[in-house]
Write a protein that binds this ligand. Structure first.
Ligand SMILES: [Ca+2]
Ligand SMILES: [Ca+2]
Length: 237
């Protein structure tokens, strides 16, 4: 008498549990904005600190330095630590040179690039943000910006959602071209560079193949349960 309800319960649990897991997996594919690459410069190098991507520069190596950073635009609890500090260089040789970020956006859309920056009075004061869909040809985005004299509370944000060729593309790159430095030690600091996007699953809910697989799976489980129930009824008669 006491065993019978327990047996029925244990037969039901796997079906309900599997349904719950499948629904959870389908829902979890609809992610919010994800950080694809983050540079916090706290370890005083150009290597990416969260996610994946590469950062290179053609400034003179002696003018690529690190100095006190900020928590503005910091992610994942990163402390202020260090920031990148780029100098004009001897005879302002670095005017016209750049910082380039290569980041795959495979699986992502609505790409946004942001960072905190500040500049000294003789540092670069006319900096052009650019994007590339092939990592080779770069296109100006927005007019040149002039960094404030202090990091402040708000980062510079370049929202590239309208540039759909940047979506789901392994060859994406971004570039800041520096200009306007008027002394060798005039500089710009940059900290917490973030490249983020929303997962492609969010942009096209539901993913047809996922929805189909889920429905097929649920249908098979339902048929299996019906068959078991029929067998149970037959065996009890
Ligand atoms: Ca930092
Ligand atoms: Ca690093």
């Amino acid at each position: 008498m006491f065993l019978r309800p327990n047996l029925r319960l244990t037969r039901r649990i796997p079906f309900n549990l599997i349904c719950a897991v499948l629904i959870f997996l389908a829902a979890s594919k609809a992610a919010n904005a994800d950080e694809l690459a983050v540079w916090n410069f706290n370890d005083s190098d150009l290597n990416v600190d969260h996610g994946s991507g590469t950062l290179t520069s053609n400034l003179n190596v002696v003018n690529i330095l690190f100095a006190a950073g900020t928590t503005t635009n910091a992610r994942q609890g990163d402390p202020a630590g260090q920031a990148l500090s780029l100098q004009g260089g001897t005879a302002n040789a670095n005017n016209g040179r750049n910082l380039t970020l290569a980041v795959s956006t495979a699986g992502f859309a609505n790409i946004v690039v942001s960072f905190a920056t500040q500049g000294t009075s003789t540092g670069f004061n006319s900096n052009q943000f650019q994007y590339s869909t092939d990592g080779v040809s770069f296109v100006d985005f927005n007019p040149p910006y002039t960094p404030a004299t202090a990091f402040g509370a708000v980062p510079l944000v370049f929202s590239l959602a309208a540039i759909t060729a940047l979506n789901n593309n392994p060859n994406v790159a971004f570039r800041i071209v520096f200009n306007g430095a008027t002394s060798s030690t005039g500089n710009n600091r940059i900290d917490n560079i973030v490249v983020e996007g929303t997962s492609a699953a969010t942009a096209t809910i539901p993913e047809p193949t996922s929805a189909l697989l889920l429905l097929t799976g649920l249908s098979s489980l339902y048929k299996l349960k019906r068959r078991r129930d029929r067998q149970k009824r037959h065996s009890s008669t």
